[in-house]
Write a protein of this length. Sequence first.
Lengths: 224, 270
Amino acid sequence: MEKGDVKLFGIWSSPFVLIVKWALRIKGVEYEYIEEDLSNKSNLLLEYNPVHKKVPVMVHNGKPIAESAVILEYIEETWKNNPILPDDPYERAMARFWCKFVVDKLSPPIWRLFISQGKEQEEAYALAIENLKILEQELQGKMFFCGETIGLADISIGPLAYVMPIYEEITKLKMVDAERFPLLCAWMEAFLNSPVVKDSLPPGEKLLLKYRALRESFLAKGNK
Amino acid sequence: MLTSKATSDPRLPSNIFLHSNFRENTERMAGDLELKLLGSWASPFAMRARIALNLKGVGYELLKEVSGTKSELLLKSNPVYKKIPVLIHHGKPICESMIIVQYIDEVWAAAGPSILPSDPYERAIARFWIVYIDDKWFPSSLRTLRGLNEEAKAEAEEQLANALPLLEDAFPKCSKGKDFFGGETIGYLDIALGCYLGWIKAIEKMTGIKALDEAKTPTLVGWAERFCSGDAVKEVMPEADELIEFTKLIQAIMNAAPGRQNMHVSKNDR
């Protein structure tokens, strides 16, 4: 296993930071974690990610990498043990496709339903359900999106496993019910209980408070 | 529906719809070609796949989607996005342009030069810029074409002004003194950015904005010329004038039929 100096800049609540942590955990890579205050960004963060000034940023042997999806591929290519991508080019393309699907099609309506109400929320909810059905379909005959073990696609989709229940609690809108989404429910349970993910989640109560406040601030903006 | 109206309308330039529709192609497809690409001449995203295939010297059948319609094969092979390009290899579809390019690089690794850099950090840099280009910049620039009013023009100008200097700056670090972001040969980031050059020239002509300016981004201007004259690119890069005609046509159709909300024009296809 390649040794090297690895630093990860993040914030406690960011799902994008968490997926990088999961990947590093799978590879058994030790790293220094630096908690950022986004209202007062460190000089290092601004130096390492001048374009976006965002977290996560991973720094390996002094070289910074930004964008969580980019960081995941870098981790996979640099530490060869416990691969999170299969060997077959077609299966790799499919894994990457599902990562993109989450970003393009799934997360946006889920986020929108969380920060809105009324008709806008109804429409976002309908779209979210439609796209969740696509994921449910993809899980046919598989435990994880990448097959028998957690892979790149599972990691990328992973935050939804703990974020969706929080949104459901706050909005009182049930998204992933066992009747419509038996495979997704099973996946969420298996994923959250896996050694990689267990004990890695941000503190539940703290998250709930933060997300509640977020929703309130968006609704307040919307009412102006 | 749109196709039949377009081909019978005498006001419309006939050359835009010269390209055959899918039905003609299925008849010619009688032989069992193992590699097909669903694309269209105006789509920068389809161009990415075509450049990659050209770089690898791989033969394929091009199935041209017609603007305003989606063939059954497209809907079947990309049900999630319903967009081009789609690469169909041994009957299996691969979607999303940069995923397709990487797939081509991996499958035909032994043919031609590597498209992605071999070093993981260089790959990360290329991927970072590709996310920036595709997510932050070009889609919104293209949207400004919808309205060619002063506001849209100013928006396009600002976006280009923000993005291009960053890429100008990144070029020497990526190219290390060679001709392309990828080094000696056209690489992953070259393809991702270069595919927009036809549209950039079209926007420049339509709006009078100088996007690629010798004075501001001389390195990129030089790179753009080299990219466009590359063998793998020449035959698939549309001319700015063709794209301008195409845009005017789409706008005319949209203005004539305000009820048509879901125009699927290839410039939006990924």
